[in-house]
Ligand binder design. Structure first.
Ligand SMILES: C[S@@+](CC[C@H](N)C(=O)[O-])C[C@H]1O[C@@H](n2cnc3c(N)ncnc32)[C@H](O)[C@@H]1O
Length: 394
């Protein structure tokens, strides 16, 4: 295999991360707590999925009746198109079915649908009532076939391939759907994603923002021992079918309402923070309090819980603020990466290197920067620039 192909295969294999029931249940419950009828009468598409192993299909099929769903559609990706599916063998679900076709099984994607029809005749509608057929194509979410299903659906829910996250979000954006998808929390900084967050068209989910998510992976997937051990401690020991790992930076991205984003952050005034906020007082920068940036009209707030309740201007806060962001309380002005700062001055850059720091900066560098109380030049990590909604200027 050429190096390039090997790289692509490795990347694709990292797409085989299977979501656990408890994570799906926690997030869906948050939507239901906010609106008990959120799924009622809805057609839900689960792309990049496969009911034989997907907890998304199993969970939503189990709740088909009590959530009041109209239709559940799940599509899977053809093994031959999927560099990550070298381990693939068709399951009895497929091979036992008269529609099974050895050639198509490898070449084609499959579509599974559940409607309020008790196909199995057992008196209820659940996963046993799923109907399936081969797709014409390979089930790529970008195909016309799956895109038409997106357009039919009210909601799209899945954990999309990690390597295609940006493309997947653009595909969602091109359809007029509600969605809930798992991604990497770093994605908020992407040029394609951040504007959506700023415009309040996408937000972080209600759960898993500060806790690990466990994922099943195909047997043989190279795992770090520490991750495997942690997943095991979290209640997921290896099984005959799967090994388990954990990711600390996975989260949900959604445009479905939930209550967490309407809870206001409880904040102290600037004066009280300076007196009582231990983190701020003992902080990295020697209890700097709130410094003004040297190259942008805003103040540095190094901790989300140190956001002052009474500051009227723009504040730079850590990106983890977005886990607690309440759009009724704050407006997102920008991400420091995209903000039009004045650039770092020559004086700042000189002082920075004179202080023995070794980051890669030069005059005009657009990152935010400030001087600590002790006069030390500081270049903080990426900041979200926010402003209170109830300020006189807003
Ligand atoms: C992160 S896994 C998640 C699987 C499942 N949705 C879950 O959460 O357990 C993403 C899945 O998308 C599949 N996939 C990769 N590229 C795809 C594509 N272009 N179109 C559709 N599915 C794709 C992968 O094979 C993989 O099974």
């Amino acid at each position: 295999m050429a190096n390039k192909d090997l790289g692509a295969a490795k990347k694709a294999k990292q797409d085989e991360f299977y979501t656990q029931w408890a994570d799906i249940e926690r997030e869906m419950n948050a939507y239901l707590e906010y609106d008990a009828n959120v799924f009622r009468g809805k057609t839900i598409l689960l792309p990049c999925d496969d009911p034989e192993w997907s907890n998304f299909t199993k969970f939503l099929a189990l709740h088909f009746a009590d959530f009041g769903l109209k239709k559940l559609i799940s599509t899977s990706y053809a093994p031959n198109s999927n560099a990550g599916a070298a381990f693939y063998t068709p399951t009895l679900f497929e091979t036992d079915d008269p529609a099974y076709d050895e050639g198509k099984s490898l070449e084609r994607g499959r579509v599974f649908t559940l409607t309020p029809e008790d196909v199995s005749g057992d008196g209820r509608v659940d996963i046993d009532d799923l109907k399936w057929e081969y797709l014409d194509g390979d089930g790529d979410f970008r195909s016309a076939e799956v895109t038409a299903m997106r357009d039919e659906a009210d909601m799209v829910i899945t954990n999309p391939p990690f390597s295609l996250f940006r493309t997947f979000m653009a595909w969602l954006g091109a359809g007029d759907v509600r969605f809930s998808v798992i991604g990497n929390s770093n994605a908020i900084t992407y040029s394609q994603i951040f504007p959506l967050i700023k415009e309040n068209r996408v937000w972080k989910g209600a759960t898993a923002n500060t806790t690990d998510m466990v994922f099943g992976v195909p047997k043989g997937f190279p795992l770090k021992d520490a991750d495997r051990a942690k997943a095991e401690r979290m209640g997921y020991p290896s099984t005959a079918e799967y090994d388990f790992t954990r990711l600390g930076n996975s989260c949900w991205f959604t445009n479905i309402e939930h209550g967490r984003r309407h809870e206001p952050l409880q904040l102290m005034t600037m004066a009280d923070n300076l007196r009582f906020n231990k983190k701020l007082i003992k902080g990295l920068d020697g209890g700097d309090g709130y410094q003004r940036y040297d190259n942008f009209d805003a103040i540095e707030v190094p901790y989300t819980d140190a956001i002052p309740s009474d500051f009227d201007g723009v504040m730079g806060v850590p990106i983890t603020f977005l886990d607690k962001f309440n759009p009724d309380q704050f407006e997102i002005v920008d991400l420091s990466r995209y903000a039009k700062t004045q650039g770092m001055s020559k004086e700042f850059v000189d002082a920075y290197y004179a202080s023995g720091q070794t980051g890669q900066i030069s005059e005009g560098h657009p990152d935010l920067c400030y001087y600590s109380n002790a006069g030390r030049p500081v270049v903080p990590y990426m900041r979200v620039l926010i402003r209170r909604r109830d300020t006189p200027s807003s």
